[in-house]
Design a protein around this ligand. Structure first.
Ligand code: PLP
Length: 381
């Protein structure tokens, strides 16, 4: 038997090890600025719910045999997100997911059920999990080139659609790419479909990070149900912030009806991907939305984008070619060395790195990061 297994089975709870892990995580918090995770929240009022095995198995809008649930909170969260995404009244369905990946899987699953012979189009800047979802679902797909700023290459899309016009297209649209925060132009995509006289298609919008912000900025680009989306995925733990990964999957009712099956065991329609689902995550999302309110959410988005602008300006004043896409809190810069990547938890990709300016950050931490970045650069010169 391995020592770790022996300790697990016979060692009892190692309190000092837990304490030390807790403190080392606290120490890392301030310098974790490379991933899209807002740390500005306080859910302590919800701790008492951890005394109950809450589980939201099944469809959140139906009665469940399992009584220890928070379905009424989940419904309110989905109603709020349906409002943010401009879903037509009573024509949108959704549920709280384990994160953005599950929401994307849900959208692609609905699309494949609707168009079994469909072809998925997504750009090379799309989150890595999407290629995995497509492999899992055995859905044929075409990876498109992306432009320098991270947006889909529309000429590549046009040409690929033209060649495969006999297969109904399923468009995977990035509402903020992972590395560069680029928003694919949904209007342009629809224009191309129209030019090619393609009438049957499906549009899924991946708003993992930026989807949370789009309804709180002035003049947002096309991104939601009113702009033609059939389904949308948004992460909960990213811009809004939560200690446990979560998100929402939203889709038009009519698409969801195609996949729902009644399950006697739980007495509910099986419209979700997983069986058991967190009953705690809907509480966190509900609490965060209530705590901020509309004015708070708008403020949260404005401050994040202002901080990102500040970071770009500071970098540029020091001769570093940093930049960002509009409406994005992601600041892109030339890839730093290993030490900086390690210390600041920077997500690297090829020749670039980025930081994601979210509400828990302030100018002081951005300044400190940039000083570190510059001194590493100077020491290499
Ligand atoms: C654009 C995009 N899509 C999907 C995901 C996956 O989301 P999650 O980590 O919530 O599963 C991410 C994560 O960073 C992302 O940036």
């Amino acid at each position: 038997m391995r020592q770790s297994v022996r300790d697990m089975l016979h060692g009892g709870v190692d309190h000092s090890r837990l304490e030390s892990k807790y403190h080392s995580l606290l120490n890392e918090k301030r310098t974790s600025i490379g991933y899209p995770v807002n740390q500005d929240w306080d859910f302590s009022e919800l701790f008492k719910f951890l005394e109950v095995p809450v589980n939201n198995v099944g469809d959140p809008f139906q009665h469940s045999n399992y009584k220890l649930n928070t379905l009424e909170f989940e419904q309110e969260v989905i109603d709020a997100f349906a409002h943010f995404t401009q879903a037509p009244d009573d024509q949108c369905w959704g549920y709280v997911t384990s994160g953005g990946t599950e929401g994307n899987m849900y959208g692609l699953y609905l699309a494949r059920e609707l168009y079994p012979k469909g072809m998925v189009y997504f750009s090379e800047e799309t989150h890595y999990s999407v290629a995995k979802i497509l492999r899992l679902q055995h859905t044929p797909s075409i990876m498109l080139r992306a432009q320098e700023n991270g947006e889909m290459d529309y000429e590549d899309l046009r040409e690929s659609l033209r060649i495969n016009r006999h297969l109904p297209p399923i468009l995977f649209v990035n509402i903020g790419t992972t590395m560069k925060g680029a928003i694919d132009n949904l209007d342009k995509i629809k224009e191309i479909l129209n030019d090619l006289a393609i009438r049957d298609y499906y549009i899924h919008c991946d708003g993992a990070l930026h989807g949370m912000a789009m309804s709180f900025i002035d003049n947002p680009p096309a991104w939601n149900f009113a702009d033609g989306a059939d389904s949308i995925s948004i992460s909960g733990h990213k811009w809004l912030g939560a200690p446990i990964p979560c998100g929402v999957a939203l889709a038009k009712n009519s698409h969801v009806e195609r996949i729902s099956r009644a399950v006697e065991y739980v007495g509910v329609m099986d419209t979700t991907i997983t069986g058991s689902r967190s009953g705690f995550s809907p509480l966190m999302l509900w609490y965060a939305l209530r705590r901020h309110g509309e004015a708070g959410l708008r403020d949260m988005v404005r401050k994040s984008i202002e901080l990102a602008s500040y970071a770009v300006e500071r970098f540029q004043n020091d001769g570093v070619e940093a930049w960002r896409n509009s409406n994005s809190p992601i600041v892109v810069f030339p890839r730093p060395g290993k030490k900086i990547i390690e210390k600041w938890a920077i997500a690297p990709s090829g020749g670039i790195g980025h930081i994601v300016c979210l509400p828990h950050m302030d100018r002081a931490v951005v300044d400190e990061f940039i000083e570190d970045y510059l001194s590493e650069k100077q020491s290499k010169a």
